[in-house]
Design a protein around this ligand. Structure first.
Ligand SMILES: *[C@@H]1O[C@H](CO)[C@@H](O)[C@H](O)[C@H]1NC(C)=O
Ligand SMILES: *[C@@H]1O[C@H](CO)[C@@H](O)[C@H](O)[C@H]1NC(C)=O
Length: 199
């Protein structure tokens, strides 16, 4: 009799387990990798010159029971809210201007829910560079005193400018514009792309 009781208890537990287990599975995101424009947004890259209002991504996932899912998107405390998601379609829109020189990586909490289970993932979105920063001279103004006996061909000053863009967008070239009466006195020598001698 005791054994029968135990069997009943076990059966009950098994039943309970399988009912609960099959009651509802959590939805999940698809992950098609960083270069895809739909999925969970993980490692997605967006150029800093993307216009506000552009649809940039579609959050996309599924529910094992095929229940309709809704999407959500939030940011860590203190972070600007750069994106907005339309909960049913998963369409993600850029709602804040980006600037790689200020923030090159954005942490986003993306969520998917079937109404009962909500799955939240923290993903990183990268902001890529556009050539949007002007070059800036260092140590302005340049005031240079030149002794009159300075030999022709001497280096009299080295100008330097910096540009906060990356790669080729961050390299600078120098030109010298002289007023006609002094044109023959000065020239600029290419030394390398970032620093030039004026001779
Ligand atoms: C979501 O992913 C599924 C499976 O790959 C695909 O059939 C569907 O078209 C995708 N939806 C969107 C909006 O990208
Ligand atoms: C979501 O974006 C697709 C194009 O990717 C568009 O066809 C659809 O109308 C958009 N839906 C909403 C609700 O904005």
């Amino acid at each position: 009799m005791k054994e029968e009781k135990n069997t009943h208890a076990l059966l009950f537990l098994l039943l309970l387990h399988s009912t609960l287990g099959q009651l509802d599975y959590a939805p999940h995101f698809y992950d098609y990798g960083p270069s895809s424009t739909h999925g969970n947004m993980a490692l997605f890259s967006i150029s800093e010159d993307t216009s506000v209002g552009t649809q940039i991504y579609v959050l996309n996932g599924t529910d094992p029971e095929d229940d309709p899912v809704q999407y959500g998107l939030t940011f860590e405390k203190g972070s600007k809210e750069y994106f907005w998601v339309e909960s049913k379609s998963g369409n993600v829109t850029l709602v804040q201007e980006l600037d790689r020189e200020t923030q090159d990586e954005i942490s986003v909490l993306v969520s998917i829910t079937d109404g009962r289970n909500k799955v939240v993932e923290t993903v990183r979105v990268f902001v890529t560079d556009a050539n949007d920063e002007p070059p800036e001279f260092q140590n302005l103004p340049f005031i240079i005193n030149i002794p009159e006996d300075t030999a022709a061909g001497s280096s009299i000053y080295r100008v330097q400018a910096v540009d906060r863009d990356m790669g080729s967008g961050g390299s600078v070239s120098y030109y010298l514009q002289t007023i006609p009466s002094t044109a023959s006195f000065f020239g600029i020598k290419w030394k390398h792309i970032l620093q030039q001698d004026i001779i």
